[in-house]
Design a protein around this ligand. Sequence first.
Ligand SMILES: [Zn+2]
Length: 142
Amino acid sequence: MLEKCIQAGLRMTNQRASIVKVLEQSIDHPDADILYRRAHEIDPTISLATIYRTLAIFEKAGLVQKVDVGDGKAHYEVSRQDHEHLVDIENGQIHEFESEEITHLLNEIADKMGFELISHKLEVFGKKHGNVSCRCISIKVY
Ligand SMILES: [Zn+2]
């Protein structure tokens, strides 16, 4: 992501580099408060305002994406290939999955509407039934 920041013409301060590091290490879609706590641990000069400002800059440059899980907070993740989110409504955890079927269906829908599908991001909400363990991130659901 550091390289992408430089390619995007962003001035890389130590604070920004620390925030990039935290974002890259966060696979749990943290909100700004959590990112602040993690970044502040690495660099105590980072304030919550710095986090908000930097996230806005990164988002505008397409380097991070906001994730809306319906809890009223903006969560963030580093931009990467399209994937979907299944949100556990009981604990707010976000589970990632990919589905060729969904991609195919979305392509079809976009095509019928006269569009070419460029990207997609579904947020699906559910609660676990029983005591099943999660099969997210590494599992592709087809
Ligand atoms: Zn994600």
